[in-house]
Design a protein around this ligand. Structure first.
Ligand code: 48N
Length: 322
């Protein structure tokens, strides 16, 4: 249901171009038309009040929804680990293509977005090489066209726009400030490896708990079952490359390839091309992949993150529809 049109019938001192206090201190008010002195406007605020509420109503409004979501997404169709540029791009493509799927995004940070709030170092503009501009057009992010690449004037414009679109999908739920601290597995022996497993969901905990298991008594986790997990946990940060490191420690991968030095041209092609299902039930995309395959890093360009997300979504749909 779209929100009702905002009708501010409150003493807002503006003439449509921001506060306009003309020389005799009288100001125009929005929608009323009569001039009003600042003193009169202040006086009117004196009678202003919000509708009544009780604290428990706020608590119930939050907790009722959160625990209903936990119940709904306890069995998800797809879990995406990491709400960085790749994870959000994956969620956008899946949320749009398959409104019938329940998609849970687990993000360790309070703020989703990963490394995509700045373009590089502390510079705000974000570069994406073509053809990633097609993704920006799809999401509705404006940019400057520089020929072989495009520039979004602020990385936060990309991330905030993409995040807003993802959160608007009724079949996508973001659980932020929540860490995946393990993977659910099921035996899936093969001739080559009798100990092979397939991934069947994730093990989660509040991030602050997940980061402090060493200095507090055990606090057991929660779980989400899902036949398909897409891991986009990046290459750095407290949990970087989480899933592929866990695959090594559970002997499902022999070792990590280790991210190579920066080479923009080879890195971006490699990340997109190699986005794939690493073990049955687990697709890996974005910079987490560079830790698996020893791909180069690309530095401050984000086209591969977006298109790795596009590919991860396509791989996921192919796996589901197999
Ligand atoms: O932004 P990131 O780190 O990862 P990607 O792959 O989406 O984007 C990578 C991109 O930002 C770059 O690194 C750029 C292109 N630079 C490259 C270079 O050469 O330096 O997002 C990963 C997200 C973060 O928000 C983490 O908090 C989250 O994943 N995360 C987790 N969330 C839940 N559980 C976990 N175990 C976990 N691990 C990471």
């Amino acid at each position: 249901m779209s929100p009702p049109a905002a009708t501010y019938d409150i003493p807002v001192a503006t003439n449509g171009n921001g506060l306009n206090v003309n020389k005799d201190l009288s100001v125009k008010t929005a929608g009323r038309g009569q001039a009003k002195t600042l003193a009169e406007m202040e006086n009117q605020w004196e009678s202003f009040t919000f509708a009544p509420i009780r604290e428990s109503q706020v608590s119930r409004a939050m907790t009722r929804r959160y625990f209903a979501d936990l119940d709904t997404y306890a069995e998800s169709d797809i879990v995406i680990i990491g709400a960085g540029s790749c994870g959000l791009s994956t969620a956008y493509m899946l949320g749009k293509a398959r409104p019938d799927l329940k998609i849970a995004i687990i993000e360790a940070g309070v703020a989703p977005g990963g490394g995509a709030w700045l373009g590089g170092q502390l510079f705000s503009a974000m570069v994406m090489r073509k053809p990633a501009d097609t993704f920006l057009n799809d999401v509705g992010v404006p940019y400057d066209d520089e020929g072989d690449f495009v520039v979004v004037k602020h990385a936060a414009l990309f991330t905030a726009t993409l995040l807003a679109k993802v959160l608007a999908f009724p079949n996508v739920k973001l659980f932020n400030a929540t860490a995946v601290e393990d993977l659910i597995t099921r035996p899936a022996p093969t001739q080559q490896d009798p100990k092979a497993v397939r991934i069947a969901g994730v093990v989660t905990n509040w991030t602050l708990v997940a980061m402090h298991h060493d200095d507090q008594s055990c606090m057991d986790p929660n779980t989400i079952n899902a036949p398909l997990v897409i891991s986009t946990t990046g290459h750095d940060g407290p949990f970087g490359a989480f899933s592929v490191k866990r695959l090594v420690s559970m002997q499902q991968l022999p070792a990590l390839g280790g991210m190579r030095g920066l080479d923009m041209r080879s890195a971006e092609d490699a990340i997109v091309k190699r986005t794939r299902e690493i073990v049955p039930g687990l697709i890996v995309g974005g910079m987490e992949l560079s830790e698996v395959d020893g791909a180069n890093r690309m530095g401050p360009t984000f086209g591969a993150m977006a298109l790795s997300g596009v590919k991860a979504a396509e791989v996921a749909l192919a796996v589901i529809e197999e």
